[in-house]
Design a protein around this ligand. Structure first.
Ligand code: GLU
Length: 479
């Protein structure tokens, strides 16, 4: 079994394409298949090297590895379509020689006009060059007249596509839209033509791709037929839609993998979520590692209906994966995000950073969430949130702040926090929220955040002393 992921390097890796890559990767591992990475870069204007590199980098980040590809080599290379033009030329010559394709000398505008005319009179569009005698076409080409090459679509023929999800899908060749271009007038072959040549030459046994490619498939099957090439088994994955059930796009939320990474998503969570878009475990469980999915997923068990991309759920899933991470891996994951929030971590002892991260992980769904809380430990004095300021302005808080200053005086030792709270409680009679909100606000600057008892020793006794004095200045000395 050989499968492939065949991105067009015309931009960042889109989440929909990442999903196709993830499914190919999981299925390849499941069935011990070879995964080929093929770069479909014959659209020279839109393709770029940077995009190819960033797609590969994003795939690696997701944990997807391939067996053959432009960077890896393999027996079926080259793996960039732009490096295979000679191969396609041979096939084009064959199609021209057998009459399955013909040269079309009409310009774009001319063709458009003819198409419109055919539509108006409800006739199927027929390219006038279709019936040019071969010798005549040859002569015109020799004379230097530019031409595109069109595939001669047979009339009223049923093309059957067998698909592991959709079953057998039948297309009538008359609905394909006429003789399609396989080589543009600039000499570049087009996707629908070369994809099937490459699938055959690279001995791809199973094509797994998005359902948006299903309407293209009959064209590819017809080309294969005309060339006597084998047709792979198809699996067209149900579409991924935005919450309003239109095609998933930027206006729904983040759509490029690189932005997910930069926002602090974990590759494990994305792989889990993307796999679950078109597959469900029998047990109903939702949190899986790639290995666990591999052991359960089956090519014939993928979903038929479109999946709605649930951004909230992905975020939740990210939080769950984050909490499952081994503590020793957290430092390297979080530090870039702490830096990104403006804190210089270089001067801080690694052990302290690790303790802060371990505590704050419970408050994070995304790695970037740590930026909201890091200041509790890393700022000199708190930046009070509006809610915290409102609480600290209350009369009850004034008593608590002053009692805290009083209690703090003689305190020392690692457990000073517990004794501080006990002393304030005793002095003011406050308890529950009316005790903990002001204390939390005073020491951390916010009302939500990590566990207070665990936070206080991490803030440290001297910093707490300083924060209480600062709080007195800010809220108790105004009148
Ligand atoms: N290059 C195509 C794309 O990026 C994929 C082709 C295929 O999977 O057949 O949409």
């Amino acid at each position: 079994m050989r499968v492939r992921f065949a991105p067009s390097p015309t931009g960042y890796l889109h989440i929909g394409n990442a999903r196709t890559a993830v499914v190919n990767y999981l299925i390849a591992r499941k069935y011990d298949a070879t995964l080929v990475l093929r770069i479909e870069d014959t659209d020279l204007e839109r393709s770029s090297k940077e995009s190819e590199e960033s797609i590969m980098e994003n795939l690696r980040w997701l944990g997807i590895s391939w067996d053959e590809g432009p960077d890896k080599g393999g027996d079926f290379g080259p793996y960039r379509q732009s490096e295979r033009l000679g191969i396609y030329r041979e096939y084009t010559d064959r199609l021209l020689a057998s009459g399955s394709a013909y040269r079309c000398f009409c310009g774009k505008e001319e063709t458009e006009a003819l198409k419109k005319e055919a539509e108006g009179s409800r006739r199927a569009f027929r390219d006038p060059c279709r019936d040019l005698p071969a010798a005549e076409a040859e002569r015109m080409a020799q004379a230097g007249k530019t031409f595109a090459v069109r595939f001669r679509v047979p009339e009223n023929e049923i093309v059957r596509v067998k698909d592991h999800i959709k079953g057998t899908v039948e297309f009538n060749s008359d609905n394909i839209g006429g003789d399609f271009i396989i080589v543009r007038s600039d000499g570049m072959p087009v996707y629908n033509y070369i994809v099937i040549i490459d699938d055959a030459l690279m001995q791809i046994s199973h094509v797994i791709r998005g359902e948006d490619h299903l309407p293209n498939t009959p064209k590819q099957v017809l080309v294969a037929r005309a060339l006597g090439l084998p047709v792979p088994e198809y699996t067209h994955l149900a579409l991924v839609l935005g919450p309003d059930r239109s095609k998933l796009s930027k206006r729904h939320g983040i759509t490029s993998v690189v932005n997910y990474r930069d926002s602090g998503y974990l590759p494990e969570a994305l792989v889990n979520y993307l796999a679950m878009l078109g597959w469900a475990a029998e047990s109903g469980e939702e949190i899986f590692t790639a290995d666990q999915i591999v052991s359960q997923i089956e090519l014939t068990g993928l979903a038929r209906s479109a999946a709605v991309f649930d951004f909230q759920k992905l975020k939740w899933m990210n939080g769950v994966h984050l909490h499952n991470y081994a503590p020793e891996r957290l430092h390297d994951l979080f530090v870039p995000f702490i830096r990104g929030a403006g804190y210089d971590t270089d001067g801080i002892e690694r052990k302290r950073i690790e303790e802060i991260i371990l505590l704050l992980r419970a408050n994070c769904e995304l790695l970037a969430d740590i930026g909201q809380f890091a200041g509790i430990f890393l700022d000199e004095v708190p930046r009070y949130s509006d809610e915290a300021s409102a609480i600290l302005r209350e009369e009850n808080s004034r008593k608590i702040i002053l009692a805290a200053a009083e209690a703090m005086g003689p305190l020392e030792g690692d457990d000073f926090g517990e004794r501080l709270i006990a002393a304030v409680k005793k002095a003011t009679g406050a308890g529950g929220k009316s005790l903990f909100y002001p204390v939390r606000a005073m020491l951390t600057g916010m009302l939500q955040g990590p566990d207070l008892k665990a936070s206080i020793p991490l803030i440290g006794i001297e910093a707490c002393r300083k924060r209480i004095q600062y709080c007195i200045k800010a809220f108790c000395e105004k009148t």
